[in-house]
Design a binder for this molecule. Sequence first.
Ligand SMILES: Nc1ncnc2c1ncn2[C@@H]1O[C@H](COP(=O)(O)OP(=O)(O)OP(=O)(O)O)[C@@H](O)[C@H]1O
Ligand SMILES: O=C(O)[C@@H](O)C(=O)CO
Length: 410
Amino acid sequence: MKLGVVADDFTGASDIALTLSEAGMPTKQFVGVPETTIADRSEAGVVSLKTRTVAVDDAVQQSLAACDWLLAQGCSQIVFKICSTFDSTDDGNIGPVTAALAKRLGERSVIVCPAFPENGRMVFQGHLFVGDRLLNESGMQNHPLTPMKDPDIRRVLARQTSWQIAHVPHQTVSRGAAAIASHIETASDRMVVIDAIDYGDLIAIGAAAKGRRLVTGGSGIALGLPQNFGFTPQSQEWAGAGGKAVVLSGSCSVATRGQVERYRQVAPSREIKIEDVVEKRLSLQELVEWTVKQDVAPLIYSSADPSSVKASQEAFGKEVSSEAIETLFANLAAALSNTGVERIVVAGGETSGAVVSGVAATTLEVGPRIAAGVPALKVGGRPLALALKSGNFGGPDFFEKALSVLETGA
Ligand SMILES: Nc1ncnc2c1ncn2[C@@H]1O[C@H](COP(=O)(O)OP(=O)(O)OP(=O)(O)O)[C@@H](O)[C@H]1O
Ligand SMILES: O=C(O)[C@@H](O)C(=O)CO
């Protein structure tokens, strides 16, 4: 393996796995840090963690363990994959994990760039935009776990780390890889936030990152890396999975709520009420029986608008609410896969982490793209196909599209 990725959540991991795979690098996604050395033909390995919202020390320890494993597989460069909306709190974890990985890898300056222009995330003058909105006006200010209320990435990062923060402005980025590289060289002992507003910027940043031991970014940061290792773009093979299917949505993002609303019009659906889960009024068995008897892939969702999320968090506490919903989705996914469900479409990063753990997947093969940032995935050694959708990714018809791509590849 040449390139290793430490990803702070599961949908983020499959997002960057798709980028690397489409750019021509045979890529495998691992669920957690594998216990042994893997001997296969993968050139890039993506270790999926669930560290975005855990305590800093835990995130650092897990990320270092993933990094050490990737180094032991032969990787010469590590990407710390973070969210394209920079999801984190003032305590971390992006700054502390980047600092710890840099120390382990002997790096004195680290590129930080969450940009993913294909999905509307652009960094300009150190500020993160989602489409034509600053991050803090994009809906991300209401995120249940990591509300993003400051669009200046330099300032957000500075609150998380004692490292100095530098900035490469777009004027430099537009002059190309050599100009970017020499700007970074002058920024020793710094995390360097780099502007990027389009694909060409990210290719140039990727070229400038050649030989760096560590880069931190969204999946866009990986667009230009495979060519440093001699790879060129190619399409993915896919043998579909045609059995029973279900859509599970725990994401409360603006995009997911739109997708839920639309899919509810064409398929049977069940809403999960948080109080029923916390107060143990929900029967898993009944939910499983209802799901498998549907002719059209049903939707089971807890997705709710910001005021309902706030009300449940006030009633039960943030951690208790999330934990209750995630445990339910994990148990439900496990029970459904045991009763022969072969396609599971999941919305939400934390929710995806729960589902992947629930079905006890250890490796994921990367298939074709469903939408920007979302590949079809196949669980290693099992007839189970998954789509793990980041909250704000995908068009209004994402769920129909995902079910179709998982079945036929298109
Ligand atoms: N009705 C609800 N009330 C309170 N919390 C909820 C509710 N429904 C889901 N949650 C919690 O909100 C969190 C949603 O996070 P998740 O990462 O799954 O989605 P997302 O943030 O939209 O996706 P991403 O991280 O990919 O952007 C989960 O922890 C989930 O358990
Ligand atoms: O970068 C993104 O936005 C996604 O891959 C993600 O990490 C959301 O959870």
